[in-house]
Design a protein. Sequence first.
Length: 310
Amino acid sequence: MKRNMLKTRTQKLMAIGCAAALMITALTGCGASNDTAAQADTSAAATEESAAPAETPAEAPADEDVSGTLTLAGSTSMEKLCEAMSESFMEAYPNVTVTVEYTGSGAGLESLAQGSVDIGNASRGLKDGEKESGAVENVVAIDGIAVITDKENAVADLSTEDLAAIYTGEVTNWSALGGSDEAIVVIGREAGSGTRGAFEELVEVEDACAYAQELDSTGAVLAKVASTPGAIGYVSLDVVDDSVKAVSLNGVEATESNILAGNYLLSRPFVMATLGSIDEQSALVQTWFSYISSEAGQSVISGLGLILPE
């Protein structure tokens, strides 16, 4: 009997031991599962992080490490844009100095080809020869060209044919166009001007214009037309003020909406050309173009009445 009691106690101890062993195994298995799950979660998080889109340079905050001098030269029509953009850019990047020379589109592109500036400004598309020299056309804005007269001129609208006849010297008196008996004083820009090149190409009067005066800046044309009875000229749309009258062309006013709709004849690109593509330029030049395409840069362009390129 004593032997049977001992046998029974031994069986109970063995049963308890097996149960304990099973519990330990189960707990260990659970721990492994938890570790595996944790590792899976970590891996998934890492994958998700690597798949997240990188912040675009255009939205990057000002970097104090960006420094140096950025040089631009070219179109006088782009003066307002360059001054406003330079001021905004230097506020964002206080260790950078931006210098701009307003020498005309052709001269600016020559300076670029010679390597004396970082960017050549042109208020027209690049010519084949300029592209062959390595210049790359980076359009930053679209501008309209306004045809202006002195404020007392009674003519409010001209056809493309009228405009061509005026600039080639075929029509010399405003009376032929419904105006007063007054001589037409034809004002234009100097050879090499982007505004002149775009105007003559669009009106199809290249190398055929009979200018009374050829002036070397947008501001000079505006002032001359404003102060000269019978004068007519062409300027960048964004500089037109109440000192002159902008005439419509073919019944269409020079407005942003009409230019975007393709209804207004005289519009041209504002180009900031580089030697080679933007991604081949210095870090400073790349930062400049990133800023132009950022929300802040686009606001500068829109605020000047220029059109954002699509």
